[in-house]
Design a protein around this ligand. Structure first.
Ligand SMILES: NC(=O)c1ccc[n+]([C@@H]2O[C@H](COP(=O)([O-])OP(=O)(O)OC[C@H]3O[C@@H](n4cnc5c(N)ncnc54)[C@H](OP(=O)(O)O)[C@@H]3O)[C@@H](O)[C@H]2O)c1
Length: 289
């Protein structure tokens, strides 16, 4: 394995932090971006010139372009870009404020799309590279009380399903990482909670809120962030980028059930789907068979 150079967003905690620490420890160079530069002080003191860092809020597209430009200018070549920054807005859709919805989409969805748009010209110019997008099992299945979060993760999955094909001819690979619940700040400090409405108090949004605020015992998340980060790094070391990396027993089980249910429902509706084709198309098709 030859050492690589990485560009990671959201490196103050969770997966982004674990990735950055593990990469620096093995001798890779990392351009780490955070909202608060002080979060990188300890890693800067320990790893010196292996760490390049800059302040970046991924909702600030103008700043993002400058930071990306500077990172490529200073580091010369960046092998892997990890689009990791994100958080969850928890609660029922009608409980959320307009600002909460805008911020959720601006961070998880638009922020990831704009990062892709900022780095692709550089990766193309250098002859290729790899983009690793933190999606979620919540980009394949959906749980109650997380509708806005799921909208961003299903959204980024749709973006990459299309955009990955556009950039493949330039040697740029894309991997969607789909972890299940993991022990980061995601369900604690970084989560954004909607303003509670009494109508939802005894339903999923109210129950989830009580778990997050400690009023009710919370379910333990299975995912170990250090193991998840190690699996992401290993995936980047293998020859061809995997299209998806589903990580965690909960992710595997829920995505399996979700995909099976969708396929079963689709197949049950085959005749209805075919019935809406225009007559000339249906006849031509029947003549072909
Ligand atoms: N943990 C899970 O259960 C889980 C499961 C599936 C997917 N994910 C995904 O994994 C990714 C990382 O989350 P995590 O679990 O590691 O949570 P985390 O510990 O809360 O880390 C999230 C990181 O994103 C940063 N961030 C949030 N908003 C930002 C913004 N506007 N601009 C720049 N940075 C921002 C945070 O920075 P600050 O310190 O400045 O807030 C932090 O560094 C997210 O995309 C999340 O959706 C998490």
């Amino acid at each position: 394995m030859t050492n690589k150079t990485w560009f990671n967003t959201g490196t103050s905690s969770g997966f982004g932090r674990q990735l950055t620490e593990q990469l620096l420890t093995r001798g890779d160079r990392v351009a780490a971006t955070v909202r608060n530069a002080a979060a990188m002080d300890s890693l800067a003191a320990k790893h010196g010139s292996l760490l390049w860092h800059a302040e970046l809020d991924v909702t600030d597209t103008t700043r993002m372009r400058k930071v990306v430009e500077q990172a490529f200018a200073d580091l010369g070549h960046i092998d892997v870009v990890v689009s990791n920054a994100g958080y969850g807005l928890l609660g029922a859709a009608e409980e959320a404020s307009d600002d909460q919805i805008d911020r959720q989409i601006a961070t998880n969805l638009t922020g990831s799309i704009q990062l892709a748009r900022a780095v692709i010209p550089h990766l193309r110019a250098q002859g290729g590279g790899l983009i690793i997008q933190l999606s979620s099992m919540g980009g394949q299945i959906a749980l109650p009380a997380l509708s806005l979060y799921h909208a961003t993760k299903w959204g980024i999955e749709g973006f990459w399903e299309s955009a990955a094909a556009d950039i493949a001819p330039f040697g740029i690979g894309v991997t969607l990482v789909e972890p299940g619940g993991a022990r980061t700040e995601f369900a604690g400090g970084s989560a954004d909670l909607t303003k509670p409405m009494p109508e939802y108090a005894d339903h999923a949004p109210g129950l989830l809120r009580r778990m997050l605020t400690g009023e009710m015992p919370a379910l333990s998340s299975p995912g170990d962030p250090a193991k998840i980060a190690a699996a992401i790094i290993a995936s980047a070391d293998q020859g061809e980028a995997p299209k998806r990396l589903t990580l965690g027993s909960d992710a595997y089980e829920l995505v399996t059930v979700g995909l099976r249910e969708r396929l079963t429902a689709l197949e049950a509706a085959r005749d209805l789907a075919y019935s809406t084709d225009a007559d000339d198309f249906a006849e031509a098709r029947a003549n072909e068979n």
